[in-house]
Design a protein around this ligand. Structure first.
Ligand code: ACO
Length: 365
């Protein structure tokens, strides 16, 4: 048995490739650094859905379809807000997506992708005692989200930074949430249901729930003179340092550098990056000393946290924002799974009691 399914190949995909040794990520045939250099959310949606979605369209038409679907999603807001009173944003989003039907008409991927920013902005505003702002279908997905969240014309630099973030996290091989999406899709559960399953897997702190805690860590450390003591205390207590380590990368996660550039572009004249880099260096050194045989380096979540903070986004939305980008990969993988489907059905090894009272491990159902 392989704990954590390490090195098990669960699917063939044309969507993305992670070379963990070289620290390289390809998405839809492009290096992530090139994709992040000027491509918008709609460009990457069109790229990932190309050849997979029925009636697949170019980026402009994809943008129009998403805009119209955001409008339709807004009609659900009264029901969503009524049903999710005391839930956190990610739990509210989970509830909201679960309210969408699986129509199986070739448009569910558009509906679910468009609903995420609409629901997220309204849930966040409700927490601040504010009424929802209606979507503007003429805007791109990133710009419309910022507009719905803040009810003002978004800063173009913030829109560009958010687009870069969404593109950077759009797909990433057989990560836990994508695998979950493919397992659900393999039962023919439907696109929306498979995305809801994926969102549940993303929520955990070992996957998509890490960036908020990264900022909590930086706040907890507070100042440069406390870095060593704070990190030592956490590691001694057996805690994981958020934003470090990865199942596949044996070197630095290339997405961390893309997002670090985003932070640099937005935060000039303060020492946030310098402080984060000090924490990063100390954390990597302490992890190397503790795990000399296992290289633990910076992952995407460390600079995600700083990039989203620099765009002025609240940390309780960070996991939802990850879903806003990763839904492109989930939906594309769902199409891919359905096109070549065989139901995912691994086996287990029985280690429980037998009627004769003798315990033994046996591979079976
Ligand atoms: N801090 C402290 N110790 C760590 C960390 C960390 N960030 N990462 C790994 N370790 C430890 C493990 O506890 C393990 O120790 P053990 O053998 O004593 O149990 C050892 O290093 C080896 O762990 P790995 O096999 O490399 O880790 P695994 O592949 O199981 O987990 C994971 C990968 C979940 C990302 C882990 O590194 C972690 O928890 N990181 C912190 C959370 C985080 O940043 N999550 C975001 C990941 S990126 C993403 O999903 C988009």
């Amino acid at each position: 048995m392989v704990g954590g399914l390490d090195d098990v190949v669960a699917a063939e995909t044309r969507l993305s490739h992670v070379d963990g040794g070289a620290g390289r990520l390809l998405i839809a045939g492009h290096d992530v650094e090139d994709l992040a250099d000027g491509m918008r959310f709609e460009d990457v949606a069109a790229l990932l859905w190309r050849d997979l979605a029925p009636r697949a369209a170019d980026a402009a038409e994809t943008g129009r379809q998403l805009g119209a679907a955001r409008r339709a999603a807004a009609d659900m807001l009264p029901r969503l807000l009524q049903a999710t009173g005391d839930l956190s944003p990610i739990e509210g989003l989970r509830a909201g997506l679960a309210m969408l039907a699986d129509h199986d008409d070739g448009r569910d991927h558009i509906r679910v992708t468009a609903a995420i920013p609409v629901f997220m902005a309204a849930l966040s505003r409700r927490a601040r005692g504010l009424a929802p702002v209606m979507p503007d279908p003429r805007r791109g997905q990133a710009a419309d989200f910022l507009h719905m969240l803040h009810d003002r014309e978004p800063d173009p630099a913030h829109v560009a930074a958010l687009d870069t973030y969404l593109v950077t996290v759009s797909d990433h091989g057989m990560n836990a949430s994508t695998f979950t999406a493919r397992v659900a899709a393999s039962t023919r559960a439907g696109t929306v249901s498979s995305v809801v399953a994926a969102l549940c897997a993303l929520k955990g702190p070992l996957h998509g729930g890490a960036p908020g805690p990264v900022l909590d860590m930086l706040d907890g450390i507070g100042s440069a003179d406390r870095i060593d003591a704070w990190l030592d205390e956490q590691l001694t207590a057996g805690a994981r340092l958020m934003g470090f380590g990865h199942r596949v990368y044996r070197t630095r996660d290339p997405r961390a550098d893309v997002l670090k550039r985003v932070v640099r572009g937005l935060r000039t004249g303060d020492n946030r990056i310098a402080f984060a880099e000090q924490v990063e260096r100390a954390a990597i050194a302490k992890l190397a000393a503790r795990y000399p045989d296992r290289r633990l380096d910076t992952n995407v979540e460390f600079y995600t946290a700083l990039a989203l903070e620099a765009v002025g986004l609240p940390r309780d939305l960070f996991t939802c924002l990850f879903a806003m980008g990763r839904v492109l990969g989930w939906t594309a993988h769902i199409f891919e799974q359905v096109a070549t489907n065989r139901i995912m059905r691994p086996r287990s090894s029985y280690v429980g009691p037998w009627p004769d009272g003798r315990a033994r491990a046996v591979a079976g159902g």
